[in-house]
Write a protein that binds this ligand. Structure first.
Ligand SMILES: [Fe+2]
Length: 387
């Protein structure tokens, strides 16, 4: 027997509840954690929605006080984490509720780390650097993309170095995720497209990761099927809550896959772009995915073929090169149909930026699990292709 198939792999997942109105359980769960005062971490756009008040209302109904910290920006910054941690301490909070996309959830994870461990958030960069567990964290995702509600990852922008730092630790896996499709019905088409392509990138990268396992594979492939069958329709009919539920399920499965199998070059390169010029994370992934797939393809063609099949691509009677082209064409067509048609150049990235971007991408922990190890020149070439 080939012992490669018997390699030890672990799978970490938090408790989660998925379904209509799951967000209304925030109060009950905060009470289960014996909380008396929670810090609600969100962004200003989220805080304007009526479904946001439902969450703070459920906390109030459970007799729990709340302080709202809504200064989180896309690509959350270290300064926001430190400010949030100060507010957490000043208000004597004992738990955190994050409501939002990946930015709010990652910022909340950062606030939890600093509140329990005391130092600057940048001191926890890397894998397993956190010693003290964070306070209870309840996550309510409002996009179908991030996966942060179930992951052991947090990505924070270091504003001194203009790079995104990646923090990976079992100690930042949320205590409970309340996954409710209703907030998605108010998500703009642009954010639906960006976050949906982020989720698809999570599953593709987790599936070809050299840390994948049979359990992450099941979640990754199912996630690709779910996103393929629901994302475009949800983009076109934003109020359809059943379609939104399907995209959320796809994003959840992608999150479970990547939290355990890690990611690859697309995310390493997107993190580098996000730190350097504050570009939307999902859009960066969408613009890079097809180029990284072309680079990685020779390392694991069978895996990409399975991805193609999950995307519904008919690959029968095709040769190796034709299969590769058809799978990548499918990804490009989906991206363009979702209205993501800019290039990195249109978004302000210049040829002169590329060497620094490539250097930072090579240092990102996500690069370690890419199925093909690229050189600095390889990464520069991929950025140029997307320029
Ligand atoms: Fe992502």
């Amino acid at each position: 027997m080939n012992r490669d198939n018997l390699e030890l792999r672990k799978f970490v997942a938090p408790e989660f509840i998925i379904g209509a109105d799951a967000r209304l359980l925030a109060g009950r769960y905060a009470k289960n954690f014996s909380s008396q005062h929670v810090l609600v971490v969100t962004d200003p756009n989220i805080a304007r929605n009526s479904w946001f008040s439902d969450v703070t209302g459920s906390l109030g109904d459970a007799g729990i006080a709340s302080t709202i910290f809504s200064s989180v920006t896309p690509n959350p910054r270290d300064t926001e984490v430190m400010e949030g941690a100060n507010i957490y301490a000043e208000a004597a909070c004992d738990a955190i509720v994050a409501i939002g996309g990946g930015s709010a959830i990652d910022c909340a994870k950062g606030i939890g780390i600093v509140s329990s461990n005391g130092k600057h958030i940048s001191d926890y960069e890397g894998v397993d650097r956190i010693t003290v567990p964070s306070p209870p964290l309840i996550c309510i995702p409002t996009t179908a993309g991030t996966g942060a509600e179930v992951s052991q990852f947090a990505i924070i922008n270091n504003t001194d170095r203009n790079v995104k730092i990646t923090i990976i630790s079992k100690k930042i896996v949320p205590d409970i995720a309340l996954i409710d499709p209703l907030p998605l019905t108010t998500l703009t088409p642009e954010l639906t497209a960006h976050t949906g392509m982020d989720a698809l990138t999570h599953s593709v990268e987790a599936y070809v990761s050299n840390a994948s396992s049979p359990v992450t594979d099941i979640h990754a492939i199912e996630s690709i099927r779910l996103i393929q069958s629901s994302l475009l329709s949800a983009y076109r009919t934003p109020k359809n809550i059943e379609l939104r539920y399907q995209t959320m399920l796809g994003s959840l499965c992608a999150g479970l896959a990547f939290s355990n199998a890690s990611l690859g070059a697309v995310h390493a390169m997107a993190h580098s772009l996000g730190g350097f010029s504050d570009l939307p994370h999902g859009e960066c992934n969408a613009l890079l995915l097809e180029h990284v797939m072309a680079f990685n393809f020779p390392a694991c063609p069978g895996r990409y073929e399975a991805i193609g099949q999950a995307l519904g691509t008919d690959l029968s009677a095709l040769g190796h090169t034709e299969k590769k082209e058809k799978i990548i064409d499918g990804i490009r067509t989906l991206r363009e149909t979702l209205g993501i048609t800019d290039s990195l150049g249109n978004l302000g990235v210049t040829r002169e930026d590329i060497p620094t971007l490539a250097q930072n991408a090579l240092r990102d922990p996500c690069m370690a699990t890419n199925p093909r190890q690229p050189s600095q020149k390889d990464i520069e070439r991929i950025y140029e292709e997307a320029l």
